[in-house]
Design a binder for this molecule. Structure first.
Ligand code: ZN
Length: 427
């Protein structure tokens, strides 16, 4: 059962408990097993970039947040990695190499398939449910089951038949663009020249294929613009046409039922709340907007929850488990360097959180951070102050690599209670 930090410190000081795990901080009692426990609910507010997680215990005197975390996803990183792999493979197929048969027609996707970038969001939340469940017996789950209306997000006044007729009603994409941009280059106004479809916010920088992000440009303008946005290239009037992408809303929409079904598999009761209810609960109780506070306020059980807005929350960032690429290439795709088969060197692995006690040299001092492992035995440590290079013999593992990196929620720590209350009153 989660206890207060003061109690944990006392138990550790008296030698009645030992540190079991650093993240999430867990102690193990030496003298007894079992003991009293209260019902604890795992509450989650899924978002596209960040997900709030809170453990809410049901004590006699009311509900109270006993642990909170904010989980940052890596959906965009996964997409970028797959894009780069696809580009390399495409280039390789086009070169004069041995014949590789096309492999797109012999694939079948199982039911409920999600793209890897979306699946990772579901898996991250599931991983953390399991991790927390190991340390603390969970008795219930609450999830915000959001649905963003993507039509309504663009145009709040939309109604009736317009709902069914999107921007493309009656047009094909190309025809629509020709019509919209007056059959000329949007940048230089050139007519009677082959026009190319151009992304106002470039694809290479996360721009989407959404029609409002597309324009027409002649070949020269398209090349000259390169990876700049229209505004950066000196055409703010065209930038205005590019609406905000809906990919964040789409990511949450696409994963909400997958997450719900996954959580239901635990056999625990899954409580569902809408986004509107979460916000209502939060503002009624005068809490500021934080992902973990939203999580605590999800659903009916979030109507009365005691929490301190300045209590620390654990910032969890999904970092992955490294890549499987054995051969790194230069920018043209030619192999330049190879990786060793083994991941562990001198008992360490990239991603471990370590402390190093360096006696001599440029980096003398104590350092704590994430390790980048090298076969030479000279490791890099990413600390808060920057990167340091240390010898393996000075390092001690604090927390083994588990696919996530951690920082204490600095924002949550520095927010004074009085100020937080003030903000909420204005809402
Ligand atoms: Zn042009």
């Amino acid at each position: 059962m989660p206890c207060s930090p003061a109690r944990a410190r006392e138990l550790l000081r008296k030698g009645k408990a030992a540190v079991f795990r650093r993240y999430p901080f867990t102690i193990i009692l030496k003298e007894r097993d079992g003991g009293d426990s209260q019902p604890v609910a795992f509450k989650v507010d899924p978002g596209s970039k960040q997900t709030g997680v809170a453990l809410v215990a049901d004590f006699q005197h009311g509900k109270r947040v006993v642990w909170a975390g904010v989980l940052a996803h890596r959906g965009q990183q996964i997409k970028a990695a797959l894009d780069s792999r696809r580009a390399l493979r495409r280039g390789r197929r086009a070169r004069h190499t041995r014949y590789r048969p096309a492999r797109f027609a012999n694939r079948r996707r199982p039911e409920g398939w999600l793209p890897p970038s979306l699946l990772s969001r579901v898996e991250n939340i599931w991983t953390w449910f399991c991790r927390v469940n190991c340390a603390c017996p969970l008795t219930g789950i609450a999830q915000e089951l959001v649905k963003f209306d993507t039509q309504l997000l663009q145009n709040a006044e939309i109604s009736g038949v317009e709902y069914q007729q999107g921007e493309l009603a009656g047009y094909e994409v190309r025809e629509y663009l020709l019509e919209k941009w007056g059959r000329q280059c949007a940048y230089c106004g050139a007519k009677d020249t082959p026009l190319e479809i151009e992304h106002i916010h470039p694809k290479s920088r996360g721009g989407t294929n959404r029609v409002s992000n597309l324009t027409l440009a002649c070949h020269d303008c398209n090349q000259a613009k390169g990876t700049q946005t229209a505004a950066e290239w000196g055409h703010p009037e065209i930038q205005k046409h590019a609406k905000l992408p809906l990919k964040d809303a789409a990511a949450v929409n696409a994963t909400r039922w997958a997450l719900y079904n996954r959580l239901k598999r635990t056999g625990l009761k899954v409580e569902i709340g809408t986004g509107g209810r979460t916000k209502f609960n939060r503002t009624q109780q005068g809490y500021p907007k934080e992902h973990w506070i939203d999580a605590a306020c999800v659903g009916e059980s979030g109507e009365r929850v005691y929490l301190k807005p300045d209590q620390p929350s654990l910032s969890i960032t999904a970092a992955g488990h490294g890549s499987r690429q054995m051969c790194r290439t230069d920018k043209y795709g030619f192999p330049t360097r190879h990786r060793l088969r083994q991941k562990r060197h001198f008992g360490f692995q990239t991603g471990d959180r370590v402390k190093a006690d360096v006696k001599l040299g440029k980096y003398a001092g104590r350092h704590v951070g994430r390790l980048a492992c090298r076969a030479t035995g000279r490791f890099d440590i990413n600390t808060v102050k920057g990167k340091v290079t240390v010898k393996h013999s000075t390092c001690t593992t604090i927390h083994c690599s588990d696919g996530y990196t951690y920082t204490k929620g600095e924002k949550a720590l520095s927010l004074p209670l009085a100020k937080a209350r003030g903000i909420s009153r204005q809402i």
